[in-house]
Design a protein around this ligand. Structure first.
Ligand SMILES: Cc1ncc(COP(=O)(O)O)c(C=O)c1O
Length: 481
């Protein structure tokens, strides 16, 4: 590498090509071999202290060496959330076209905050948001923004709600949601200045949904006490069980009582690609604000979330500011400055990966991929229900099944021991590495959560995984009985 090239932080075209091809080779090799690899490396001493002790490199190292260090030492120690047998948390079975889009985005280093710096990308983002609007069935005046993920989408939506309904004065305002609501919403409410006592966390029903009569009672009670009921947060696909709150009923209730209707569809929104949009998801389209994450179930690599609002002007009213150094951006009536719609000024061109992958594969492929995940969760429910070793606690809803390992030989175990056994089974599966599941607590019971939404998962893979859990469970049981 020539000395002046180093000073300019550049490489020759030849070097760029050759190193770029090496990265592609590494990635393609990794993705091709992934299904045959363990889902997760054994959890072991991380060596973080040693890493922190590595000196800041004054002199450069050849990229080949850096890549070797990276892949062998660090990337070998991740949980592969895009592995077909990664069933934990919310998997992210991303696609390669979107990874290429991220490379292009970084290579061009698109500034997607102001149209003047990225007119073409702004057009793509407008178009992609329009596609999302159509998918969700929201009205033509609705609009949105791509953000880093569900947490930011929920924060942005609730910031709009606070501005629009309360003029940013949170005094006495009350927000309602079920006990299955994602923690990012509580975080958002705190950041927006709401105190804990301004939230009504209502117990969910046997299907883990918000109970309408409890909501009505809580709102009436608060109104009677001179409080200001202002917002209901509904779930479209809870993290625990995939539950969908009664969206249409909540929408009607909010309309009747002039309450803001926010929907967290970060996970479940993708089901709007399937016929479920016209059954289970009806009411979603009425959300005043909505969070939806393409990096969960629309097969995109991190980070891409989306916030949509019923009227895109709500975003501008909440976030638009015009300091003197940005006056140059205000040229033309049709400009779309995405920085005016949200928190970030400098923002990357997240829309590209969704746009490029939708154009490449077509919506039909995405619809089939989402439907496959739905059917795999139903198949998992069937396998678990017909096995004497497992008990389904929450059957397949939007691609999630929750169950317990409780074979006949464990019938004498107390509830506490059963909880412990199931936690131990999740840990054992993680240590084993063949598959990954995670745990959660449902109505006091420790359960195993399985989210089989990877379109590369086969029925045989799922069958073997459940059998593997049974075998691991049997070994563990010896320690409990
Ligand atoms: C239902 C739901 N809402 C919100 C979030 C937060 O999204 P993110 O992790 O992208 O910030 C999650 C994350 O898993 C989720 O499952």
């Amino acid at each position: 590498m020539a000395q002046n090239d180093i000073r300019k932080l550049t490489l020759s075209p030849q070097e760029m090509r050759s190193l770029g091809y090496q990265v592609v080779d590494i990635l393609v090799g990794h993705l091709t071999e992934l299904p045959g690899k363990p889902v997760t490396a054994p959890l072991q001493e991380t060596g973080l202290a040693q890493i922190c002790a590595t000196p800041l490199p004054e002199k450069g190292t050849p990229l080949q060496d850096v890549l070797t260090e990276l892949t062998e030492k660090y990337l070998s120690r991740i949980m592969h959330v895009n592995h077909p047998r990664f069933f934990g948390f919310i998997p992210s079975p991303a696609n390669y076209v979107s990874a290429l889009a991220d490379f292009l985005t970084s290579g061009y280093n698109v500034f997607a905050g102001m149209w003047i710096e990225a007119l073409g990308p702004a057009e793509i983002e407008v178009m992609t948001l329009e596609w999302v609007r159509q998918l969700l069935g929201m009205p033509a005046r609705a609009g949105g923004l791509f953000v880093s993920g569900g947490s930011m989408a929920n924060l942005t939506g609730l910031a709009v709600a606070r501005h629009h309904c309360l003029g940013n004065d949170t005094t006495n305002a009350v927000i309602y949601f079920s006990d299955q609501t994602h923690s990012s919403l509580g975080k958002a409410l705190t950041l927006l200045g709401f105190k804990a006592e301004q939230s009504r966390c209502l117990a969910s029903d046997a299907q883990y949904r918000l109970v309408m009569s409890d909501l009505e009672k809580a709102v009436a009670e608060d109104a009677k006490q001179g409080k200001r009921p202002f917002c209901v947060i509904a779930n479209c696909g809870t993290t625990n069980t995939g539950a969908v709150d009664p969206l249409a009923e909540i929408a009607a209730f909010c309309h009747e009582h002039s309450l803001w209707f926010h929907v967290d569809a970060a996970y479940g929104g993708a089901a709007a690609l399937t016929p479920l949009r016209d059954t289970l998801l009806v009411g979603l389209e009425k959300a005043d604000s909505l969070a939806f994450d393409p990096h969960k179930w629309l097969f995109q690599p991190y980070e891409i979330g989306c916030v949509m609002v019923q009227d895109e002007n709500y975003l501008l009213d909440t976030f638009r500011v015009l300091p003197e150094y940005l006056v140059d951006t205000q040229k033309g009536a049709e400009i779309v400055n995405f920085a005016d719609r949200g928190i970030q000024l400098t923002r990357s061109f997240r829309a590209l990966k969704l746009w490029m992958s939708l154009k490449t594969f077509g919506l039909e492929a995405f619809r089939e991929a989402v439907s496959w995940g739905l059917s795999m969760a139903e198949y998992a429910t069937e396998l678990l229900e017909t096995s004497p070793h497992f008990k389904v606690i929450a059957p397949a809803t939007l691609g999630i099944v929750c169950f317990q390992y409780c074979p006949p030989t464990a019938s004498a175990l107390s509830q506490d021991d059963l909880n412990e056994l199931n936690q131990a089974l999740v840990d054992a599966a993680m240590a084993d590495g063949y598959l990954t599941v995670t745990s959660t607590i449902l109505k006091g019971q420790r359960v195993i959560r399985l989210c089989p939404i990877n379109p590369r998962l086969s029925r045989a893979d799922l069958e073997i995984s459940i059998e593997r859990l049974r075998v691991l469970g049997e070994e563990l049981l010896l320690e409990f009985v």
